[in-house]
Design a protein around this ligand. Structure first.
Ligand SMILES: [Zn+2]
Length: 241
């Protein structure tokens, strides 16, 4: 993952033009396939200072963004502005966990665009996606249509098997009680989630399997692209308020 953080100074006489160009710049950058997150916001104590925080899945995606943005109206407008940026991770290729979590994030964005809580999931076996889903209980009139359940159903159908051993589920947010139950029933071997869900999370926040007599346990990894997955949730709920 490549991250960039810093500030950009906007000349007073360019402020209005910058604010106008920024709307399209944010939308176009977030729509880039390799973009994990992209935030630009004015400083609380100086409206001419803008904070920039961005993340891309790898150096190639970041270079693609820089080339596209540089040639865009935003790039042309702001090319002479003073910037203080720090980048990291340019030489680090995306890990397999990050690559699949990125796919889950893209599904989460589909849920968000449909007005559903932005959670996405992919189920992987032998490095192949065998099922995917995003949260859609409202549009499907289905209280069980969580991203994990949708992905498990699709995988079970595609594999013609109600059990999915040796598979890994990637989900952007800590699974709930229902989904933990389904993951156990499906014999999923490993669960990787992004951000904790302090209220409804049933893996670490409110562990439900510790006292349960079930004989199946999945391996667990959490925090993969965690900050970004959590940010999607906060952005969604902030926009609702
Ligand atoms: Zn759930």
């Amino acid at each position: 993952m490549v991250t960039l953080e810093g500030t950009i100074q906007v000349p007073q006489d360019q402020l209005e033009a910058t604010q106008a160009a920024l709307v399209a710049h944010i939308a176009l950058t977030r729509a880039e396939t390799g973009c994990l997150s992209f935030e630009v916001w004015p400083s609380a104590d100086n409206p001419l200072t803008f904070h920039v925080k961005e993340a891309f899945i790898d150096g190639e995606a970041f270079a693609h963004h820089q080339a596209r943005a540089g040639a865009s109206p935003w790039g042309q407008l702001t090319q002479g502005f003073a910037r203080q940026y720090q980048t990291s991770g340019l030489d680090q290729p995306a890990s397999p966990d990050e690559t699949f979590m990125h796919q889950a994030l893209q599904l989460a964005d589909q849920a968000g665009e449909a007005g559903e809580v932005p959670v996405g999931a992919v189920l992987v076996r032998d490095e192949q996606v065998i099922g995917q889903g995003f949260n859609q209980p409202i549009s499907k009139f289905d209280p069980t249509a969580h991203a994990e359940i949708v992905a498990l159903r699709q995988a079970a159908q595609s594999q013609s098997n109600y059990r999915l051993p040796a598979s890994t589920l990637y989900v952007t947010i800590e699974p709930c009680l229902m989904c933990v139950g389904a993951l156990v029933h499906a014999r999923v071997a490993r669960v990787v989630f992004g951000a904790l869900e302090p209220k409804a999370g049933a893996v670490l926040s409110h562990p439900c399997l510790e006292s349960h007599p079930s004989n199946h346990r999945f391996a667990l990894t959490h925090g993969v692209l965690g900050e970004i997955c959590g940010q999607r949730m906060s952005r969604f709920f902030a926009a609702k308020r």
